[in-house]
Design a protein around this ligand. Structure first.
Ligand SMILES: NC(=O)c1ccc[n+]([C@@H]2O[C@H](COP(=O)([O-])OP(=O)(O)OC[C@H]3O[C@@H](n4cnc5c(N)ncnc54)[C@H](OP(=O)(O)O)[C@@H]3O)[C@@H](O)[C@H]2O)c1
Length: 303
């Protein structure tokens, strides 16, 4: 049974927001940003423990004091969400999606259906606005399982009758942290020739973009960080920061697609994820510069 741990405050309080995806890299920064701007924050999580753990790659832990109420529920199971949007709730923010989880669920079940369940919940309550995090350029590669799921959420939101904002970020610094980890071990693997360009953004910078989107009028907000880099340049930067010689191994696209197909035969979900990673190694993803934190300063902080 879902349970709320504290009672809602009286009605003439600050704006109320539900944050879904709050245990993830972006969600932790977003909850903090709403809180910093004076919102009353209800966090949806599957478990109290993962809420209090620090997130991956410098995402802050969320203390009980940083959110006003914790709602234990599972977005893929609508029967556990009853009361999540109990009023007053002005905004629901969702960054729910699969990136590192190993639950055996598909992009269709999580990235699409969990967010679809939240949209329906908002429609059945007084929530005014839904802020959803998709991906920069997902519309152009919407034949992949993950991008298809994200774009179906976008289509449903457009038809929902709710006010909404779609945030479309380029890559996250959390994924760049994975490149730094490879550099620390002495070798970085790159898919494709490593020349595709993108401008990843820090979670805290993107959180500010997300809250601006919640407060603004734009339906679609694209966002990237201050540094436009190729994959190879990211690897070179990582080696420079860890003080090791540059060693890059290129996995050519034909081989990477073959591997992704093979993985897909063994496990469809991992195959879909691998295909997305390979495709990302092929396309550019440069969004308007909204972030201020440089990738070098982030790498230095991690080191
Ligand atoms: N990484 C990138 O470069 C990038 C770029 C553009 C867009 N995005 C998108 O941005 C969104 C957020 O990314 P992120 O890096 O913050 O992801 P993340 O760290 O993996 O967090 C994902 C969130 O989704 C929740 N979730 C996953 N599976 C769930 C399930 N079965 N039921 C309920 N909740 C579930 C997680 O909750 P638990 O902690 O309980 O698992 C977590 O709160 C994703 O949709 C991602 O596709 C990512």
């Amino acid at each position: 049974m879902p349970k709320r741990e504290e009672e809602s405050p009286v009605v003439d309080s600050p704006k109320h927001v539900v944050v879904a995806g709050v245990t993830g890299y972006l969600g932790k920064f977003v909850a903090q940003e709403f809180k910093n701007r004076g919102y009353w924050v209800r966090a949806l999580t599957r478990s109290m423990a993962s809420l209090e753990r620090p997130g991956p790659f410098t995402a802050p832990a969320i203390s009980r004091g940083a959110v006003d109420e914790v709602f234990i529920g599972e977005a893929t199971k609508p029967e556990t969400l009853s009361g999540l949007c109990a009023g007053p709730v002005d905004i629901l923010f969702s960054s729910i999606g699969i990136s590192r989880q190993r639950d055996g669920l598909t992009f269709e079940q999580v990235d699409y259906q969990a967010n679809r369940n939240l949209i329906e919940l908002c429609r059945d309550s007084d929530v005014r606005k839904f802020v959803y995090v998709s991906m920069l350029g997902a519309e152009q590669i919407a034949d992949l399982a993950i991008t298809k799921a994200h774009e179906r959420v976008v289509n449903d939101l457009e038809r929902s009758g709710l006010e909404y904002a779609i945030v479309r970020p380029s890559g996250y610094f959390s994924d760049m942290g994975a490149v730094l980890d490879m550099a620390k071990r002495g070798r970085v693997l790159l898919v494709g020739d490593g020349t595709n360009r993108f401008n990843p953004i820090h979670g805290a910078d993107l959180a500010a973009v997300c809250v601006d989107a919640a407060e603004g009028e734009d339906l679609v907000v694209e966002a990237g960080g201050p540094d436009i880099l190729s994959q190879r340049e990211v690897a070179e930067l990582a080696f420079d920061v860890v003080g090791l010689p540059v060693k890059v191994t290129i996995i050519p696209l034909w081989l990477a697609y073959g591997l992704a197909r093979f993985i897909g035969i063994l496990n469809r979900q991992f195959g879909d994820l691998a295909k997305f990673i390979v495709t990302s190694g092929e396309v550019d993803g440069v969004g308007p510069t909204r972030g201020k934190t440089s990738l070098r300063s982030y790498f230095e902080e991690l080191v």
